[in-house]
Ligand binder design. Structure first.
Ligand SMILES: Nc1ncnc2c1ncn2[C@@H]1O[C@H](COP(=O)(O)OP(=O)(O)OP(=O)(O)O)[C@@H](O)[C@H]1O
Ligand SMILES: [Mg+2]
Length: 463
């Protein structure tokens, strides 16, 4: 580690000399200044790690020097040296942002301890800043299309408020990312962000997940459970796939939103909660309301601020940026040098329809980074489906022929037939791996399972 450089600003030569001896003996680098003016100039030129600053000096006094230092370099720690009886000035200095103060005459031990503290704190703060930056890159929303700009603008408007937000959009467009960004930029950012995937939790468990239960409140409730709403108290709860909640759960959630209180299952006691709700869905809730599967009153409660995240194919300008971002990201992740990507490959990626949106794009780029041996990613390195989407899509998806189509009387029959053929084709392509297929065609696994049942699709045994 390089030596820490300490700038001492003090008009008394004796003090500067004694500090020089102490500091150099301890392995620090010493820089001395006899006036405030000189000190400021050296602070700029020598980039010290810490400043020891005398308060009482002729000409520009310490407090003014401190103010100017704060102005030019906010992160530079300053320790103030005050003469006997000028403690009040020193206190004022700490209020102005000095890290600490030392009273004259001082023992060198005291100086060294204070220095070490200040340097450690600075070091920690630097580390924190680096970490935070890394996190920010991870959660960055990439893109500069008009469509995404509108989303970001809505996010900034929604974030500082307590309003409920309803995020809609296809699978993989970035709904969760939007929700997390809102929380991170809200006044609740230091509190918890609690996520509940309403589609993944079995119907009979969801209420106890959300609201908690008392021990023995039902068979299997061997321990008390604190619900997600309580866990999110003072923070944010993210109700993901909110369109998949049963009517009964919807009614209960509505009550929490109206009353701001929850009741654990098996308990008559109500518990006040202060929770900001962000919900997301890939369903069209207006349609669900029409069908009678989603409560209108709950919809209005949730959609105080609606944010729609458009699918990637409606904002192709974002694709090259996202590709470059993920190429860099996964190269770093896999400890390889960032690969170059040819214009032809970029064009093909931009033309592709990305039914699984950004998630599909991300996975595709990751695969390419791992599978491409060379330094350059070119057309042949892209998956077949991306290179020639129509060929790959249609070959495996036997659409009904004209005569078959004629036999299918209604539009609905035709659509179902086509959908079934499409699903079988995609399943075959993906080795009957449900998760993978769901991802590729951009639908939640739960939905794919429903379709398999609806169309009575079972895995072929003969391949
Ligand atoms: N604008 C963006 N810039 C960079 N990465 C993004 C962007 N939008 C989404 N992503 C990334 O894409 C992936 C999918 O996003 P996310 O999980 O937020 O989508 P979703 O809409 O919640 O999907 P689903 O409906 O399937 O749950 C994540 O890895 C996310 O970080
Ligand atoms: Mg999601």
């Amino acid at each position: 580690m390089p030596k820490s450089r300490i700038l001492v600003i003090d008009d008394e030569a004796a003090i500067r000399d004694s500090l020089r001896m102490t500091l150099e003996y301890e392995g620090y680098e010493f820089v001395g200044a006899a006036t405030g003016q000189e000190g400021l100039a050296l602070a700029e030129r020598e980039a010290p790690d810490l400043v020891l600053l005398d308060v009482k000096m002729p000409g520009m006094d310490g407090l003014e020097v401190l103010e100017r230092l704060r102005h030019t370099n906010d992160a530079l720690p300053v320790v103030v040296i005050s003469g006997h009886g000028t403690i009040s000035t020193a206190v004022e200095a700490t209020k102005k942002g000095a890290f600490d103060f030392i009273e004259k005459p001082f023992a060198s031990e005291r100086v060294l301890t204070t220095l070490r503290n200040a340097l450690d704190t600075r070091h920690l703060r630097d580390e924190n800043r680096t970490l935070k930056k890394a996190v920010e890159v991870r959660h960055q929303m990439i893109g500069e299309s008009r469509a995404l700009e509108q989303v970001t603008a809505a996010v900034s408007r929604a974030a500082p408020t307590n309003a409920t937000v309803l995020i809609s959009g296809e699978s993989g467009v970035g709904k969760e990312l939007v929700a997390r960004t809102i929380h991170r930029n809200s006044q609740r950012s230091r509190e918890r962000f609690v996520q509940v995937n309403c589609a993944a939790i079995p119907e009979e468990l969801i209420e106890s997940e959300l609201f908690g239960h008392e021990k023995g409140s039902f068979t299997g409730a061997t321990e008390k459970q604190v619900g997600k709403f309580e866990q999110a108290d003072r923070g944010t709860i993210f109700l993901d796939e909110v369109g998949d909640m049963s009517p009964k759960t919807q009614a209960k959630v509505l009550r929490v939103l109206q009353e701001g209180e929850v009741e654990r299952l098996g308990s008559a006691r109500t518990i006040k909660v202060d929770v900001r709700v962000i919900a997301a869905t890939n369903k069209n809730l207006e349609e669900e309301i029409e069908k009678g599967t989603f409560r209108e009153d709950l919809y209005f409660r949730l959609a105080v601020i609606p944010i729609h995240v458009p699918p990637l194919r409606e904002r192709p300008e974002d694709i090259p940026l996202l590709v470059r971002h993920y190429v860099e990201f996964f190269s770093r992740e896999n400890n390889t040098r960032p690969k170059r990507i040819t214009q032809a490959a970029l064009d093909a990626l931009q033309r592709y329809r990305w039914k699984g949106n950004i998630r599909e794009l991300r996975n595709t780029v990751e695969r390419m980074i791992i599978m491409t041996g060379g330094e350059t990613i070119d057309l042949p390195d892209l998956p077949e489906s991306v290179r020639s989407p129509t060929a790959a899509g249609l070959a495996s998806t036997k659409l009904p022929t004209d005569s078959e189509g004629a036999k299918l009387g209604t539009l609905r029959e035709f659509k179902e037939n086509a959908e079934r053929a499409f699903l079988v084709g995609k399943l075959r392509e993906n080795g009957w791996n449900i998760s993978k297929t769901a991802e590729v065609i951009g639908t939640p696994r739960s939905n794919l399972y429903k379709k398999l049942e609806q169309y009575q699709i079972a895995q072929e045994t003969d391949g």
